[in-house]
Unconditional design. Structure first.
Length: 347
């Protein structure tokens, strides 16, 4: 296994940086893609990942536009595995076209490069990072337990009907759902020529946990931004079915590694940590217990008794839990470790 090469797209991202660290710790070599290979970004990534390797097993390549044909030809050369984690994540979207294009055409561009004759000689697995938003649909009947067999048909239909008029979160959900569908469609066409390549998609719940490095606050992932805002006295975000679930970023990164190393990891995996359903109110409660001095002066409590509300649906993540091979990192640990990271960085 030592020094086998893994490609991680969007390596400067929140989940991707953790994933790179996990692979480096396991002895792999990592090639990461970024949109722009700037000195500042290279410095940040080098500093962030240097504790996890000897300085010779990490490289960065520039892919300015992941949706262009042959964008990944250089990046996939000689890789043993690919973790496709680069994707637009904003829910404030004035124009859906670039988002849909990056999500969908970025996936097809990567797979075209990955299954080229040169790359396929060494390639053994491709892992695609999807989201629970490609699975969850609010129109399912009460009591439904969501699993890997479900698809978010609602977001796709609403986007088709409304286009630019659709809400940002609907555009995001539709783009991720469409991208994953395209992934499996492309796999069915391309894999016939190379059946030895294992393909899997991970569909994580909203991700919590400490970032390896802290970007500008406005670039924090959505749920990390919730934690940061609550800790600093901001209003508690409204509850939603998606916000009733979570998974720790360290579990997600570990599952990418497990999926690459397992001989049987194929298909879809729904990633939902334990103690669901949770809520933004539960974040406030956890922080008040850990930082009692902030209870009255900083954290604006809403309704503490509604921390763990009843929801109409359930989520079955047994398949991912089996692949993980241990218990999920707890909700409390995810929240506290996130804030501890902010406190240490002084943000």
């Amino acid at each position: 296994m030592a020094n086998r090469l893994v490609l991680i797209t969007g390596v400067n991202g929140y989940i991707a940086a953790h994933t790179a660290a996990v692979f480096l710790q396991a002895g792999y070599a990592v090639r990461g893609t970024v949109r722009a290979r700037t000195p500042a970004l290279l410095s940040t990534l080098t500093k962030t990942l240097s504790p996890f390797h000897d300085g010779t097993r990490f490289e960065v390549v520039e892919v300015p536009d992941i949706s262009t044909p042959n964008a990944f030809d250089r990046a996939v050369d000689g890789v043993h595995a690919i973790a496709h984690l680069a994707s637009p994540v904003s829910t404030v979207i004035p124009d859906p076209a670039p988002v849909m294009r990056a999500a969908v055409e970025g996936t097809t561009s990567l797979l075209t490069s990955a299954f080229s004759p040169t790359a396929s000689e060494t390639l053994r697995s491709v892992i695609f990072m999807s989201t629970i938003s490609a699975i969850f649909s609010p129109l399912r009947s009460k009591g439904h337990v969501f699993t890997e067999s479900d698809w978010n048909d609602v977001a796709e239909k609403e986007f088709e009907e409304k286009g630019k008029e659709a809400e940002g979160y609907v555009i995001y959900q539709a783009s991720k759902t469409k991208a994953e569908r395209v992934f499996w469609e492309e796999v069915s066409r391309k894999q016939s020529g190379n059946p030895g390549v294992r393909m899997a998609t991970l569909c994580p719940a909203p991700v919590l946990g400490p970032p390896l490095y802290i970007p500008p606050i406005h670039q924090l992932s959505l749920r990390l931004a919730d934690i940061h805002a609550i800790y600093h006295g901001g209003p508690i975000p409204p509850f939603s079915p998606i916000r009733s679930t979570f998974v720790d970023v360290r579990d997600v990164a570990t599952l990418v590694l497990r999926a690459v190393e397992s001989d049987t990891a194929t298909g879809r995996y729904l990633l939902v940590g334990n103690k669901s359903p949770i809520s933004p109110q539960a974040m406030a409660n956890v922080l008040c217990e850990r930082f009692p001095e902030r209870k009255e002066t900083v954290i604006q409590l809403g309704k503490p008794e509604e921390a763990y509300p009843d929801v109409e649906w359930g989520f079955g993540a047994g398949r991912a839990r089996e692949l993980l091979g241990r218990e999920w990192i707890s909700f409390e640990k995810s929240v506290l470790n996130s804030v501890e990271c902010f406190v240490e960085a002084g943000v």
